[in-house]
Structure formats: structure tokens, C-alpha cells
Design a binder for this molecule. Structure first.
Ligand SMILES: [Cu+2]
Length: 174
């Protein structure tokens, strides 16, 4: 085997290695989870909830709304605090607007946006998906504990949200 032939093989192997590693990074570096959003559940492909991940590792969630209505993928620290707060807000809007669900939903949406900004201790990440839409959400959990994926879209009977119908999933971080 001559020298240039060996060099050519080495060059090809290096290129393949770099391309493979670049692809691995593009995929999120290994911790990739495919999750479908539907009425009314988060479905983990190739596994089941609770999800077990490590603190400090970058996690990539590839999410797709396979349902017929809008859903959200929201990572929260305390599901009970979040859901209680949302129920209270919707009940307050019901008291204010009665049966005018359009008004209730519009004001709820803008409140939802602002509360996520104000309460960074509760709301860690959020992505809204229309039917058929896909997205990638990356997140690194800083400390061990139990976290939750919640959908807080209003649906069915107010003040219920999708989480009340089962759109909730657990993430255990160790
Ligand atoms: Cu939903």
C-alpha cells in the first residue's frame, strides 16, 4: 500500500468523523426526545414518562402537534402552583366577563404571556404549536428535582385547561 493511498484513507476518515460529530451536535448532542402533543396528552416516542435526565445536560425536545387544536409545551417547576394560579385567573376572568369566552381567552392569553416573564421561578420554557406544527426546544436543567411539562391552553369547560384533561408529563432530573 503506498503512502498517498493511506493519506487519502485517513483524510476520508477524518472528514467522516467531523461530519458525524457535526450531525450529532445538530441533533442536540445526544439527549434528544421526540414528543407528540395531542388531545390530551404528551406522548414520548421510544419511551414513556417520567423522563429521566441529568442536571447540567443539554436536553433537546423535538416536539410536534399531531392534534387538531393548538397546544403548548411548557416546562414548569411546580405544576400545582402553576395550575392553581391559572385556574384562579380564569375564574377571575369568568367573574368579570361571564359567558364571553372570546374575551376571557384573549385576556387569559396576554396574562399567560406576562406571568411567564414575571415568574421565571415557575416557568422555565414555553413553545406554542398550531396543529401540524413542529419545533425544537432545548433546555438544561440546572438542579435535580421533579419538573413538569404542562399544556395550559383553555379547553372544554372553563376554568379547565388541557393539563386538567391529561396534558401533563413528569421529568425527573438527577
Ligand atoms: Cu394542549
Amino acid at each position: 500500500m503506498n503512502k498517498s493511498y493511506i493519506i487519502a484513507i485517513v483524510v476520508v476518515l477524518v472528514i467522516l468523523g467531523v461530519a458525524g460529530y457535526a450531525f450529532f451536535l445538530m441533533q442536540g448532542g445526544g439527549n434528544v426526545y421526540n414528543i407528540e402533543l395531542r388531545e390530551f396528552a404528551f406522548v414520548l416516542k421510544d419511551g414513556s414518562f417520567p423522563l429521566h435526565v441529568k442536571a447540567g445536560e443539554k436536553i433537546t425536545f423535538k416536539i410536534k402537534n399531531v392534534g387538531g387544536v393548538g397546544h403548548e409545551f411548557m416546562i414548569v417547576t411546580d405544576k400545582d402552583a402553576v395550575i392553581d394560579m391559572i385556574h384562579q385567573k380564569i375564574a377571575e376572568l369568568q367573574a368579570k366577563y361571564g359567558n364571553d369566552t372570546d374575551k376571557i381567552e384573549t385576556e387569559y392569553e396576554s396574562w399567560h404571556e406576562s406571568i411567564m416573564m414575571q415568574r421565571k421561578d415557575l416557568f422555565l420554557a414555553m413553545k406554542d404549536l398550531e396543529p401540524g406544527e413542529s419545533a425544537t426546544v432545548t433546555y438544561t436543567f440546572q438542579s435535580p428535582g421533579t419538573y413538569w411539562i404542562v399544556c395550559a391552553e383553555v379547553g372544554g369547560t372553563l376554568p379547565k385547561i388541557h393539563a386538567d384533561f391529561g396534558m401533563i408529563a413528569e421529568i425527573d432530573v438527577s
